[in-house]
Design a protein around this ligand. Structure first.
Ligand code: SF4
Length: 144
């Protein structure tokens, strides 16, 4: 398993080229190329402009961990889109790393878009603790 942040320039170029080939060959009638999953509405910042209408706590109607795994199975049966895990703030889910690890295990290219709160640096964020989380070195990070 490799860490994307440590790719050499030739490895990064090869990865971009592979991405371009996938895009050129994608059949959008069968599956999306990128899929954004709002895994929770919870976000500590609760911005007024939030498109996801974030709220301070998780909604009890959110998918359970098991339901999340089933959704990933269904996504994988459809194809292998880039899975962007977003919210709300996905870091508000305690099972986030389990879900990401399962998505990676199933062969999805996963990306995470947490909100810029302390959870990124004090929780199992993109630093050492995040790298030690299950599958933590196999998905990309961006920020809300
Ligand atoms: S930080 Fe992002 S997810 Fe959180 S409330 Fe603001 S816009 Fe919504």
């Amino acid at each position: 398993m490799r860490e994307l942040a440590h790719l050499s320039s030739s490895q990064a170029r090869a990865e971009r080229e592979a991405h371009d080939v996938r895009l050129a060959e994608a059949d959008f009638a069968l599956a999306p190329f990128t899929l954004a999953w709002e895994i929770t509405r919870a976000c500590a910042l609760v911005c007024l402009h939030c498109r996801a209408e974030a709220q301070p706590k998780r909604d009890p109607r959110e998918l359970t961990t098991e339901e999340a795994f089933l959704l990933i199975d269904a996504i994988r049966e459809m194809g292998d889109p880039i899975l962007v895990v977003t919210g709300g703030d996905p870091m508000m889910r305690r099972d986030l790393y389990e879900i990401l690890a399962y998505a990676v295990y199933k062969g999805l290219r996963a990306a995470l878009t947490p909100t810029t709160t302390r959870l990124v640096t004090q929780g199992p964020g993109p630093g050492e603790r995040g790298r030690r989380a299950p599958g933590g070195h196999q998905y990309r990070w961006a920020h809300c």
